[in-house]
Design a protein around this ligand. Structure first.
Ligand SMILES: [Zn+2]
Length: 257
């Protein structure tokens, strides 16, 4: 069985962050359970190389958006259990507040800056792209899409002096055109939320189905998420419902231009 790939967003103590966040305490309980159950972490590159035996318990931990609180909360917890993660960064918002998020009734959160991203890399974390401006990529023109995916990768590679091989799609969703342009821009993998529609076409970049972890997850539902086989119907419908909610943000964004 393929190792599960988990998708987190914000790990923070603040109570006012919408749905895609989790407290440090709960995050630590989940990581402790993974460690006690014999799981070890893989980077996304290791996952793609399949360089572990099938019987070994492995998990890939990813974070979208690249919030500064990762250095404060997630990094020390993961280091304590000898886990590493991959963080997907919005290239146009490094070191800035999350002004891309139009949920204007929510307070602002700061993104990691370049120094903090280098600190994560020194701890064995991998850095990927989460686009340039967190736009809903299927809505961009061909020209905008090519620019977004190439430029975000180029900015990250130049600033971090390291190859950037992985892309995670804003709102967890893409289509065949997005997958094709991502491949042309040099990405080896594209991470989505849920299993997506991979029925048509055969994208050359690997499409990575991730399992989102959310505020309302109990320890039991987290364990089920980790242990469920890939593409289980339960995972699929659950993630569809969450995506429908987050697409509300996309619609607000389009209306406001
Ligand atoms: Zn995001």
């Amino acid at each position: 069985m393929l190792p599960p790939v988990l998708a987190y967003h914000l790990v923070d103590r603040r109570m006012d962050a919408g749905i895609a966040w989790i407290t440090p305490k709960r995050f630590e309980r989940q990581i402790a359970w993974l460690a006690e159950s014999g799981y070890r972490s893989l980077s996304l590159s290791e996952y793609l190389r399949r360089d572990h035996a099938a019987a070994e318990k492995r998990v890939v931990i990813t974070f979208d958006d690249g919030y500064r609180s990762l250095v404060q909360y997630a990094l020390p917890i993961l280091s304590r259990y000898h886990f590493r993660a991959t963080v997907f960064v919005i290239a146009g918002y490094v070191g800035r507040p999350n002004l891309w998020d139009v949920k204007f009734f929510l307070p602002r959160f700061q993104h990691l800056d370049w120094g903090e991203l280098r600190e994560l890399m020194q701890s064995g974390w991998e850095i990927g792209s989460h686009s340039l401006n967190h736009d809903y990529l299927p809505a961009l023109s061909d020209r905008q899409l090519r620019r977004d995916l190439s430029l975000s990768r180029q900015i990250l590679q130049e600033q971090l002096q390291a190859p950037v091989a992985h892309l995670s799609l804003p709102f967890g969703r893409g289509d065949q055109r997005v997958y094709r342009v991502a491949h042309e821009a040099g990405y080896a993998s594209v991470s989505i939320l849920g299993s997506g529609d991979l029925s048509s076409g055969n994208p050359q970049s690997a499409i990575i189905s991730r399992r989102g972890v959310y505020l309302w997850d109990s320890m039991r539902s987290f364990q089920r998420r980790v242990e469920a086989p890939p593409d289980s119907k339960w995972q699929y419908w659950r993630q569809r419902a969450i995506s429908a909610f987050s697409l509300g943000t996309v619609m607000v964004k389009s209306v406001r231009g």
